[in-house]
Design a protein around this ligand. Structure first.
Ligand SMILES: C[S@@+](CC[C@H](N)C(=O)[O-])C[C@H]1O[C@@H](n2cnc3c(N)ncnc32)[C@H](O)[C@@H]1O
Length: 296
């Protein structure tokens, strides 16, 4: 079902040093939020501040999802699909919570353990096999749902059933009164020109094998009867900006990347990130953040 451990290694285990060259310093591999809730339109997600750094935008994202997940000091927080640990680190150091991350990537888990952050634990396990020893107060999951089903399973109409199972497990792992801060990419329009169709297909099968981005209506249909959608905000332009900065940083490191990981890695990642920038510009994809309250 969805991306296997071998698929995940293709997406995330190129090399931690490779990703460190073009992501922010904490290695968030998801959309940052380039606005301040205090600017007009900021709270509605319409403003992209071109002067804001990627580092600040990633902290904004983690703060918003912490608010959506109602994280308080001393809370036990689970991060489903924790990447290289930016969010679990934020939960422990900023929110003073106890954070546990699960990922399918060995390289990501090794990086989290290398950082040795007090209050943070991590393990390599699929959410499908995870058996938590405790119940959590909050869950945060940032762009992991994109790995739950494959394109073939989406065509067979299995999306809602699989997403509902994910929300059911998250419900089972939490205490009554829990909240869930969720972020996902969204699959919106299908391109009408051949190049864009080919590029998006290539990214789906070559860079993120085994996965496909969800549609908003599938998530809304799947979330019941486990979680109430209290807030949902789309942030398409913020992902266009995030991927444009990643591309710029990647290109600045062209010589090192070509000499260390080879021409194919550099050329593939330029194609992938360029496709993302276009995809968000042209509404093929968007980004959504949700505040979900456990239905007790
Ligand atoms: C796009 S990355 C996002 C990482 C991180 N949340 C961030 O914001 O940087 C997707 C994450 O989902 C994880 N993942 C994918 N399939 C998974 C599964 N079945 N169980 C647990 N984690 C999974 C990957 O290992 C990766 O850490």
């Amino acid at each position: 079902m969805g991306s296997s451990k071998a698929d995940i290694a293709v997406s995330y285990d190129v090399s931690n040093e490779f990703f460190r060259l073009w992501l922010d310093e904490r290695m968030n591999y998801t959309c940052g939020i380039f606005d301040d809730p205090n600017t007009p339109g900021g709270a509605r997600g319409e403003v992209v501040d071109l002067n804001m750094s990627l580092e600040q935008a990633q902290l904004n994202k983690l703060r918003i999802l912490s608010d959506y997940g109602h994280v308080k000091p001393g809370h036990k927080v689970l991060d489903i699909g924790c990447g290289w640990g930016a969010n679990v680190e934020y939960q422990a150091l900023v929110n003073k919570a106890e954070a546990h991350g699960i990922t399918l990537s060995e390289a990501q888990c090794a990086e989290i353990r290398r950082r040795n952050i007090p209050g943070v634990t991590a393990q390599v396990v699929s959410y499908l096999d995870y058996k938590p020893p405790v119940k959590f107060d909050s869950i945060i999951s940032i762009c992991m749902m994109e790995h739950i089903i494959s394109p073939a399973e989406a065509r067979e109409g299995k999306a809602i059933q699989a997403y509902r199972n994910y929300f059911r497990l998250a419900h089972e792992w939490t205490k009554p009164g829990a909240w869930f801060g969720l972020q996902t990419i969204l699959r919106n329009f299908v391109p009408r020109n051949k190049k864009d169709v080919q590029d998006i297909g290539w990214v789906t099968y070559e860079i993120f094998p085994g996965g496909i981005t969800p549609r908003l209506e599938e998530i809304i249909a799947a979330v019941n009867p486990y979680w109430e959608v209290v807030e949902c905000k789309t942030r398409r332009l913020h992902y266009e900006r995030t991927t444009a900065i990643w591309l710029e940083r990647l290109q600045k490191n062209e010589t090192k990347i070509r000499s260390t990981w080879g021409d194919k890695v550099f050329d593939d990642y330029v194609r992938y990130l360029s496709t993302c920038v276009t995809g968000f510009q042209k509404h093929y994809q968007s980004l959504a953040q949700y505040s979900l309250k456990r239905i007790d």
